[in-house]
Design a protein around this ligand. Structure first.
Ligand code: CMC
Length: 425
């Protein structure tokens, strides 16, 4: 029997069905609320709102659990690769050897940009932010693949997903090359997904960049850990734009814009800037924490809407950062500073009382620095990683054929007034 919640408004009783998920999540179905009572729900920041059901990613923030399609993130991080994870998220199952090899081949096939796309880069100023370039050029891909603006079959979806996952990496690397004034390096289909990206970033004509296996593995891990995180702001944006039946290119491009902000995918750059300020003696961990307590500053890479415990991705990235620096024989004072700042924060009741712990962005920048990725590219790296998640959610939204996302409001403005001609104001 369906469980219900009882709501009484103005003496009228309404039984609202309770929807249960496979992990015990419960949602009160209020889809008839306005029609039956005239009321809407008021939920700033959507802290209590679930606009969809989803079978892609499970997060239990109280217990620090994250699973992609049921697989614990720790197992995927230890044994999987980014390309395998992308398949898992998009198609729902771990790929067979043959599926993985066909998918990898499709990514190689799709790695080039149309030559005309290269001219778009010329239109941006040299110091144009790579997130703006990534979003604009990802959206423009729809112009070069008009046959994929309306996706009518699983085959077309497969093609569009492969194009975006492959080309976003080329666009990202080209946007970096544009900012440095160096020539674009074409992708090399003989290289794996991550190695190919590092090649496009750092090779120069006649001098091939050959990263160590540890560097390639660390990049794959970074991307894997960013690949999905259920209904976060950028994913909700992709689903919202997709709910209008906007095409996949436009929808993920909107996701890139939503990700850019400091409270979301821009936090990884914020963390490193904060750690650099401490390194350069402009502030100290103690001062940072004091400023936080005076509400003048937010500790970047700390806190999360859902995790009220350690973010499992932060734990993995912290270990991976240590490991990578050791294997590359590099020292990074920012890692020690990050650990000092973490310890100082977690010893302070301000953080423990509010359940603020390091999130995915706190240690990820240390890995990106070790790979020589500049800070301006940090959110772009997040976007490359999040692409499979956005695509999976866009498809789920599309398959469910849900309604256009169109929230309501509680209007608080003027009631009614007569128009006043300009000379009489
Ligand atoms: N530093 C200091 N205080 C904080 C922080 C922080 N990083 N995060 C939250 N708080 C405080 C906040 O001031 C509030 O205090 P009070 O109850 O006294 O008003 C309390 O904790 C609850 O904060 P909130 O803003 O209501 O929490 P939220 O769920 O709306 O925000 C968040 C979540 C991630 C935006 C926030 O924790 C934050 O701004 N963190 C820093 C930016 C960051 O690291 N973002 C990356 C998030 S993880 C990756 C991703 O999804 O992009």
């Amino acid at each position: 029997m369906t469980k219900t919640a009882t709501l009484i408004i103005d003496g009228k009783t309404l039984e609202l069905p309770i929807i249960e998920g496979t992990q015990g999540d419960r949602g009160i179905d209020i889809s008839r609320l306005r029609a039956e009572t005239g009321c809407i729900t008021y939920d700033p920041g959507y802290m209590n709102t679930g606009p969809c059901k989803s079978a892609i990613t499970f997060v239990d923030g109280e217990n620090g659990i994250l699973r992609y399609r049921g697989y614990p993130i720790e197992q995927i991080a230890a044994r999987g690769s980014f390309v395998e994870t992308a398949w898992l998220l998009i198609f729902g199952e771990l790929p067979s050897r043959e599926q993985l090899s066909r998918f990898s081949a499709a990514l190689c096939e799709e790695e080039l940009l149309h030559e005309d796309v290269k001219h778009h880069f010329e239109g941006f100023p040299p110091n144009g932010h790579p997130m703006a370039i990534l979003s604009a050029i990802t959206n423009s891909l729809g112009c070069y693949h008009p046959e994929l603006l309306e996706i009518e079959s699983r085959g077309e979806f497969y093609l569009a997903a492969s194009k975006i996952i492959s080309k976003v990496r080329t666009i990202a690397a080209f946007s970096y090359r544009k900012s440095t004034g160096r020539p674009f390096m074409y992708p090399n289909p003989a290289l794996s997904y991550c190695r190919n990206f590092l090649h496009m970033m750092f090779s120069i004509p006649h001098k091939h960049y050959d990263p160590s296996p540890e560097a390639v593995r660390a990049l794959s891990l970074f991307l894997t850990l960013h690949a999905d995180h259920e209904q976060n702001c950028s994913t909700s944006t992709v689903r919202m734009v997709g709910s209008t039946q906007a095409n996949l290119f436009a929808s993920v491009s909107a996701g890139i814009c939503a990700l850019w902000g400091r409270l979301h995918g821009g936090a990884n750059a914020g963390v490193v800037e904060m750690l650099e300020q401490i390194r350069d003696g402009k502030t100290s961990p103690k001062d940072c924490i004091e400023l936080v307590k005076q509400k003048k500053f937010r500790l970047m890479g700390f806190g999360h809407r859902i995790y009220k415990n350690f973010d499992p991705r932060a734990r993995i990235l912290k270990d991976a950062a240590h490991d990578l620096l050791l294997k590359l024989g590099k020292l990074d004072p920012l890692l020690d500073i990050a650990m000092e700042l973490e310890a100082a924060a977690l010893a302070d009741p301000y953080f423990t009382e509010r359940k603020l712990y390091p999130n995915v962005d706190f240690y990820s920048g240390i890995i990106l620095r070790a790979l020589n990725i500049p800070v301006s590219m940090f959110p772009v790296m997040f976007a490359i990683g999040r692409m499979p998640g956005w695509i999976a959610h866009w498809y789920e939204e599309n398959q469910e054929q849900t309604k256009i996302h169109r929230p309501r409001q509680v209007y608080t403005g003027q009631i009614i007034r007569d128009y006043v001609p300009i000379d009489e104001r």
